[in-house]
Design a protein around this ligand. Structure first.
Ligand SMILES: O=C(CO)[C@H](O)[C@H](O)COP(=O)(O)O
Ligand SMILES: [Fe+2]
Length: 219
């Protein structure tokens, strides 16, 4: 199964964002991961619509928008208009998750739900068939450059099992601390989309870092 790579621009140089978007355009990456933090759902603020629109203007790859915000329903349409191809909302931020997921689909975006490290995969049992993607957080959301939580492997396997009957094509995306040391284990567990911020943007050769994640040497 071929997997998707989504470099996270949270780790980009914001003073040289166009240059970093062009790098992703030239790379083997499939999507551009866009982290939106509101200082309420997570203890950090990233950036908002003007920045997303500016990124969309230069991006040649779909924008994979990860909303770490409370009451995401209020902003879905604006993120669609800003250029989102897929929208991920956090289960922990949604009172009426089914309604939110339908609203994302009605906008014509891929619908995805993120789970914090403490949130059980089983919470998705009654909505799994409606989702295009599930994002499993492999760090606590809010910051880039954190250490990968190894319990993630168990969650990926559980989710693949849970989705096997109703949604075998479900995309399982992993976000946080992804690098060359865990890419094979993540793919073997059943993940098929990987977000990478720090491991791409802190690399001396960023194009090569993306290539290694896309075509890892089998271990
Ligand atoms: O959602 C996120 C943080 O909440 C980021 O997408 C994630 O942290 C990526 O950064 P890194 O690869 O450096 O961990
Ligand atoms: Fe993210």
């Amino acid at each position: 199964m071929n997997h998707f790579i989504a470099p996270s621009i949270l780790a980009a140089d914001f003073a040289n964002l166009q240059r970093d978007i062009e790098m992703i355009n030239q790379s083997d990456a499939d999507w551009i991961h866009v982290d939106i933090m509101d200082g309420m759902f997570v203890p950090n603020i990233s950036f908002g619509f003007p920045v997303v629109k500016a990124v969309a203007k230069h991006a040649k790859k779909p924008l994979d928008v990860h909303l770490m915000i409370v009451e995401p329903d209020r902003y879905l349409q604006q993120f669609k208009e800003a250029g989102a191809a897929s929208i991920t909302v956090h289960l922990e931020a949604c009172k009426h998750l089914h309604r939110t997921v339908q609203a994302i689909k009605e906008l014509g975006c891929k619908a995805s739900v993120a789970l914090n490290p403490h949130t059980p995969v089983a919470s998705l049992v009654d909505i799994i068939g409606d989702l295009d993607m599930v994002l499993i957080m492999s760090v606590n959301p809010g910051f880039g450059g954190q250490k990968f939580i190894t319990n993630t492997y168990k969650k990926i396997k559980e989710l693949r099992m849970l989705a096997s009957a109703e949604n075998p094509d479900l995309i399982i995306e992993i976000d946080g601390g992804v690098d060359q040391s865990n890419v094979n284990n993540l793919l073997n567990a059943g993940a098929n989309a990987l977000v990478a911020g720090n491991s791409v943007f802190s690399a001396a050769d960023q194009l090569n870092a993306i290539k290694q994640l896309k075509n890892p040497l089998k271990s």
